[in-house]
Design a protein around this ligand. Structure first.
Ligand SMILES: *Cc1c(COP(=O)(O)O)cnc(C)c1O
Length: 393
């Protein structure tokens, strides 16, 4: 018999459709619901739990830090924040870090930093070229920066200054540049759009355009960063150096923390320009330290690339068998094109069978397993997916 949820759910705002289950326990790749049903989780909090559910290193870091110091406020230094900032800068092309609690907050910071830089060094230029179908968050400015259909009107008026170009179309970018342009901002792989990668040539051309016109290149690595695409950051795979990068999702291994990283040359905030009550709090940054140390440990990222490759190979085989479409993405951020709008139906059927999947668009599935999944877990998920597709045929 099914256990009813202990409290009424009606007190939560209905901002998304949720299945009638509540998860109570998680371990690695698996989740347990209130009826003790087990699920293999390939959503992982939307690419957040890069080390799986409740990973030992994060639990230990949180427990140790919580009993020592949880919060001192952003106007004082604390050790975990300094350690995390130094881990991030010494393993990237960036020099300075500001911590936030969500991806949107980091992107707001990136937008503000670019506008500040434009005010200081480019006669007040403020326009940031972003892309159709992009996703940068749910604050007013980041919704305005996003290129999701319909988002320009729901909370009108928008924050202005985000002209939209087309991903992988360099002429569409060139056409938008004028003397008000200060930056170009993009996701190296558009996650919410259905895992659409920016071409290497396109990213290199953007870097060149930014150099030629003295613009800042901002990469939103909230989804692609922290090992998700097989390297610590996705930009590394393209031989370019952005000026600004944002991180979120995987950075805390499930704990809310985000980061805005900048080169010294554009780290131009002055006192009072940027802040946040929870910025760089020791509890969240201690989780970040545990995560980044783990990602950098011997063989970890290599292992995550094996997970991604095994999953991609399995998806290609499934696509062939069921006459589906393209498999795309990098590392452990993959999508399977369905060739029909069966996404939500497959997601629901998979959940019934104990596999959690995500359909960012009706016509594709997205896969975001823990980076440290075992090869057996990947096989288990692929077998389940094959069974589900067979049943739905
Ligand atoms: C998830 C996501 C965001 C927003 O992050 P939140 O933590 O939900 O604010 C921004 N950009 C990208 C690329 C994302 O995937």
């Amino acid at each position: 018999m099914k256990t009813e949820l202990a409290y009424t759910k009606d007190c939560l705002m209905e901002t998304t459709t949720r299945p009638d289950i509540a998860f109570v326990c998680g371990e690695g790749s698996y989740l347990l619901d209130q009826n003790n049903r087990r699920y293999l989780d390939w959503v992982q909090g939307w690419a957040v739990n890069c080390l799986g559910h409740s990973p030992g290193v994060v639990v230990q870091a949180l427990c140790a830090q919580a009993s020592k110091l949880i919060n001192v406020g952003p106007a004082f230094y604390n050790e975990p924040a300094i350690e995390l900032a130094s881990l991030l800068t010494s393993n990237s092309c960036f020099d300075r870090v500001f911590f936030g609690s969500s991806g949107a907050e980091a992107n707001e910071g990136a937008i503000k930093l670019a506008r500040k830089w434009g005010r200081k060094y480019k006669s007040g230029a403020f326009e940031i070229i972003t892309f159709t179908n992009s996703f940068h968050g749910r604050t007013l400015a980041t919704m305005s920066a996003s290129g999701k259909a319909g988002w320009d009107t729901i909370f009108a008026p928008q924050v202005s200054g985000f002209p939209k170009a087309t991903l992988n179309d360099i002429e569409s970018v060139r056409a938008l540049i004028n003397n008000q342009t200060v930056a170009i901002m993009l996701e190296p792989i558009q996650g919410e759009a259905g895992v659409i990668p920016a071409n290497p040539e396109f990213l290199n051309a953007l870097r060149q355009i930014c150099d030629d016109h003295e613009l800042l290149l901002i990469v939103d690595e909230v989804q692609t960063g922290c090992g998700r695409t097989g390297t610590l950051f996705a930009y590394e795979q393209h031989g370019i150096e952005p000026d600004i990068m944002t991180l979120g999702k995987g950075l805390g291994g499930g704990v809310p923390i985000s980061a805005l990283l900048s080169k010294q040359s554009c780290s131009c905030f002055e006192y009072g320009d940027q802040g946040g009550t929870f910025s760089g709090n020791p509890l969240a940054t201690s989780a970040g330290v545990a995560v980044i140390r783990t990602l950098l440990s011997d063989g970890f990222l290599e292992g995550s690339r094996h997970v991604g490759a095994q999953l991609a190979a399995g998806l290609v085989a499934i696509s062939k068998e069921f006459n589906l479409g393209e498999v795309r993405g990098k590392g452990a951020l993959l999508a399977l094109e369905l060739g029909s709008n069966a996404g939500p139906e497959i997601v629901a059927a998979a959940r019934e069978r104990g596999l959690l999947l995500n359909a960012p668009r009706l016509h594709c599935l997205r896969f975001m397993p823990a980076l440290n999944s075992s090869l057996a877990e990947v096989d288990e998920g692929l077998i389940l997916l094959r069974q589900i597709l067979k049943e739905l045929q």
